[in-house]
Design a protein. Structure first.
Length: 299
């Protein structure tokens, strides 16, 4: 993951997460990468943990990670996936409680970022936690257009006021832009739809017996590629762009994604055909008329 690739993709703020591999990689590695990109000029945040439960953290506990480390916004886990830890509802409730308390103490929203897999009843445990009284804004399911039954359950979740995150880089039973249109046609508030690239995330390939037979990495520019496709489907540009900027910022509780007096000067300038022309991050021009003006370490 290089600064150049992120700037060419129109990324001004990156959220780092871990995935299946919480063994050879750790939140410390992720923290170091986020810090390195921040030194190079990008805005960066992260979620602690990985698919694994109990959650591996930087400081030894979830509450301390979120409370004392400014860039840590929440926790990453996986549900309804053959690679998850199959946590109990009690374990999940403790994780969300830690996120909530730490968020209250640190002034953060506190987010449980949930990789949603292919298995049956993907929202069963989330709905249990909601019925217990835990606020819906702490839950952030992603890859929700992976299959039709997951997508249908996600629409119901979003209509309750939750956020639904569609992956632009794949994991869809339909094209990602078509999934967005389906959600809008199903009366989901567009402000509750977010889009993420899962950039540089692993894309494993399994055969019919479940054996891992291949691996690739997701592109970081899939949001950029998806934007004109959404507009071609008839989705208004301001709504489509918000799903990749303001809505994401709102779901995470960070002051990004909008242009107004006093806001950070992060912006992408597009041509009439919605190809990317220029990128400004924190007031610094990093790409101008298609030419990247900055260079990261080791580039």
């Amino acid at each position: 993951m290089t600064l150049r690739k992120l700037i060419e993709a129109g990324t001004t703020t990156a959220i780092g997460v871990m995935g299946t591999d919480g063994i050879s990689r750790s939140p410390r590695d992720l923290y170091a990468k986020a810090a390195g990109l921040r030194v190079e000029g990008l805005n960066t945040f992260m979620h602690t943990g990985s698919y694994e439960v109990p959650t591996k953290t930087l400081t030894g506990c979830i509450r301390d990670d979120i409370t004392f480390l400014p860039c840590v916004l929440g926790v990453k886990i996986a549900l309804a996936d053959h690679r998850c830890s199959f946590p109990t509802t009690e374990e999940l409730s403790r994780i969300v409680s830690d996120i909530r308390i730490a968020g209250m103490l640190s002034g953060k929203r506190g987010v449980l970022h949930i990789h949603m897999g292919d298995l049956a009843d993907p929202f069963a445990q989330i709905n249990e936690l909601l019925n217990m009284g835990l606020p819906i804004h702490h839950f952030s399911p992603t890859h929700v257009a992976r299959n039709e039954h997951l997508f249908k359950d996600t629409l119901a979740f979003a209509r309750k006021g939750g956020y639904m995150d569609i992956t632009s880089g794949g994991s869809c039973f339909e094209t990602a832009e078509q999934a967005v249109r389906y959600a809008l046609e199903a009366d989901v508030n567009p402000a509750r739809i977010t889009i993420s690239s899962d950039g540089n995330g692993s894309l494993p390939k399994f055969n019919d017996t479940g054996k891992l037979v291949g691996m690739a990495a997701a592109d970081v520019n899939s949001n950029l590629m998806m934007l004109p496709k959404m507009i071609d489907l008839g989705i208004q540009p301001e709504i489509a762009i918000a799903m990749m900027s303001a809505n994401v910022a709102d779901s995470l509780g960070i002051k990004k994604g909008r242009l107004h007096e006093g806001a950070d000067a992060d912006l992408c300038i597009f041509n009439d055909d919605f190809t990317l022309d220029s990128v400004i991050v924190n007031g610094r021009t990093m790409m101008l008329h298609g030419e990247v003006l900055v260079q990261g370490n080791y580039e």
